[in-house]
Design a protein around this ligand. Sequence first.
Ligand code: F6P
Length: 549
Amino acid sequence: MSQSRLRRLPQWQALQQHAASIGETHLRELFAADPQRGETFIAEDVGLYLDYSKQRVDADTLRLLRELAAACGLPQHTEAMFRGERINRTEDRAVLHVALRAPAGERIELDGHDVVADVHEVLERMAAFAEQVRGGSWLGHTGKRIRNVVSIGIGGSDLGPVMAYEALRDYSDRDMTFRFVSNVDGTDFVEAVHGLDAAETLFIVCSKTFTTLETLSNAQAARAWCIRALADEKAVAKHFVAVSTNAGEVAKFGIDTSHMFGFWDWVGGRYSMESAIGLSTMLAIGPDRFAEMLAGFHAMDVHFRHTPYERNLPVLMGLLGVWNNNFLDAASVAVLPYEQYLKRFPAYLQQLTMESNGKRVTLDGAAVDYATGPIYWGEPGTNGQHSFYQLIHQGTRIVPCDFIGFGQGLNPLGQQHDLLIANLLAQGEALAFGKTADEVRAEGTAEALVAHRTFEGNRPSSTILAHKLTPHVLGALIALYEHSVFVQGVIWGIDSFDQWGVELGKQLAKTTIAELTAKDEPVLAHDSSTNRLIRRYRQLRDAAAAGKP
Ligand code: F6P
């Protein structure tokens, strides 16, 4: 097989050669050679400070990566996205989440139509609705005010809203309860409505397509729960709103489209949390703070579009990711927020990064001969330190880490915030510099334990700091990752905005559901494993239903 266009690029080959020379250079040596790198390998804007000095790069690496970006047409692709060209080629769609956070009055045209005006029209409707609910003038069917909001959705129609609610909980209306339902496992719905008074509960059904099995199943369950509790079909009108691009399906479901908040096919599911999909966020924190979050997103968009690559935060993060992934063979990235309110941020990033860049063919359909999107995972610090950090420090795989921390915690408790950040900083330092066998011996360690207590170090990390977790900072942080995913997708030449990989499982499930629910033993035509698992499941289910062990 001949090499791909990317690997044939002189810039790629130069990086390969460079990796052979610098690849094994220890961070201790890099810091010794350039003691100021902690002050120069940094970039700062939009309230975010990025220290990438503990990445295994030098000035040449960064130059070569920038040259690769230029050779891959990153500036042109970026402009194409901002101009609304149909860069989601396999779905023939524009990719304009940047329009969702553009200020009123800015124009972004799609086929000659200004989409920013549409965005602000929906934002105004959302704000009016949010004020009614938060202010108590939107009354439920029995005349009670709404105190509980249950958002139903999955994937991009859930992960963003849940993450944002958790992240901004400190800014939320504490007199209201917010819950989220995504899984088709009935437990998710039942637990979400546990203890709620239907008369005070509003359901937001979020689905771009309004055809997603999980969401529609849960929405039907919610409808039945509401009608049962309020003993009137008409209750749906006051207790359900929809967020979708598909008015036809919303109406078919029984939600009046005057209670629907729209968005557009140029918003990808995983890029939609600041569209009407974020209605639960706006209900929680109010329209003004929602606007602050949008401003944070927008500030990062402007930074990404106009800042030279040397200081461009998403470009730097994206290119460092390519370096670690393709030249240092790191197959995963750990995202480690030292901020409890960001506990769902890694899960959110998993969809953003892995659904976007988990692709094996280029835009032209040619198989790639290089690694594309790495596996993202993580947990808030310090919890992870007492669980999986062992592998990051002493395992056989390189796991580049993104540490995220804030100057101020939102819940000051004695010295605990300083303790938290001391841990963040100590981890980055330990990963980079490790502890040599001689240092371990000098501590008086028995020889038999020296190897066990040695840390080789040279484990790369970046650290992102901001003053505190505000709606603005959250918006900027998310946009930082969005654009770094974009940068990587451009380098790898893939479509970062489709998700065909989720289709096959959905199709097969349709056949299987008929087989699981068939009254008589179905004739099965799967492989022997799946056939037997289906039979075993039917037996287990029927035995459980009959009360047998
Ligand atoms: O199955 C994957 C996916 O299509 C995601 O891309 C999307 O965010 C999610 O399902 C939910 O889709 P919808 O918003 O149409 O219900």
